[in-house]
Design a protein around this ligand. Structure first.
Ligand SMILES: C[S@@+](CC[C@H](N)C(=O)[O-])C[C@H]1O[C@@H](n2cnc3c(N)ncnc32)[C@H](O)[C@@H]1O
Length: 243
């Protein structure tokens, strides 16, 4: 979702920064960075961005190094997230992210793979924040392979906001990993998923039968019963940050 974070209360950047500051994290990985609107303002010692197509001219990089000098150390990987995890496994193993922001391709399958791949390398006390877990309306929840593809469908009620079916990843994780993951969605900034590890995970393979079952879930079901994604008021972040 392309939005100006500064007009939102308790947006993704603020949440991520609170987590980093509270937990003294130094390693931040962002999947899906686009123009760097979330990536650059975040203050963290070592930041890594992954995107198959960055829209970040040198001038913008330099501007942000000036504003926040720690941006000098940023690393950029122009890859799809799948290729990044496949081709750069030794880098990421060594890097061991403490916080991952998942905001790449807005489909159930892609976002699920991003979370599962991140969990393989996340430090034990790490946090995954996932954007777009609460669609703004039915049209914005449509399955598509890009924002442009979704827009071209000319759907009734289309507002130019697209979260896709990322929300299904939350349901899948709650179903498959209920004993080992703690999963909450904060009701702000198109739904911010907050995922932490309760005990270690060994199986990262997608269970196709759970996937197919979850994939049948509808937007109407989500809106009727938002507890299926464990939706909480944004103020609940105070509780989450106590852990
Ligand atoms: C919504 S934008 C990210 C916005 C940014 N995080 C922010 O908050 O301003 C989504 C980004 O995901 C990228 N993307 C698309 N497919 C991807 C993939 N397979 N792996 C990683 N990133 C992908 C797009 O190129 C796009 O830049």
């Amino acid at each position: 979702m392309f939005i100006k974070y500064k007009f939102k209360i308790m947006n993704r950047v603020e949440l991520i920064q609170k987590i980093i500051d509270k937990k003294n994290f130094t390693r931040y990985l962002e999947i899906g960075s686009y123009k760097g609107e979330s990536f650059f303002p975040i203050k963290c010692k070592r930041k890594v961005a992954v995107d198959p197509k960055f829209y970040i001219p040198l001038k913008r990089k330099l501007k942000w190094i000036y504003i926040k000098p720690s941006n000098f150390f940023n690393k950029y990987f122009e890859y799809t997230s799948d290729d990044f995890f496949k081709n750069k496994s030794s880098f990421i193993k060594k890097y061991k992210p403490e916080i991952v922001f998942v905001d790449g391709l807005h489909t159930f399958k892609a976002s699920l793979l991003d979370v599962l791949n991140s969990l393989k390398y996340l430090s034990n006390d790490g946090v995954i924040v996932m954007h777009d877990c609460l669609p703004p309306n039915k049209a914005g929840a449509v399955y598509a392979n890009s924002f442009i593809e979704a827009g071209k469908m000319n759907l009734e009620g289309w507002t130019g906001e697209w979260t896709g079916d990322v929300w299904k990843t939350i349901i899948y994780l709650k179903e498959k990993y209920k004993e080992v993951l703690s999963i909450t969605v904060l009701d702000t900034d198109y739904g911010l998923g907050y995922i932490t590890i309760k005990s270690s995970i060994t199986n990262f393979v997608i269970d196709e039968s759970i996937f197919d079952e979850v994939n049948k879930s509808t937007y109407e079901e989500l809106i009727t019963d938002p507890s299926i994604i464990n939706l909480k008021d944004k103020e609940y972040h105070h509780i989450l940050l106590q852990d």
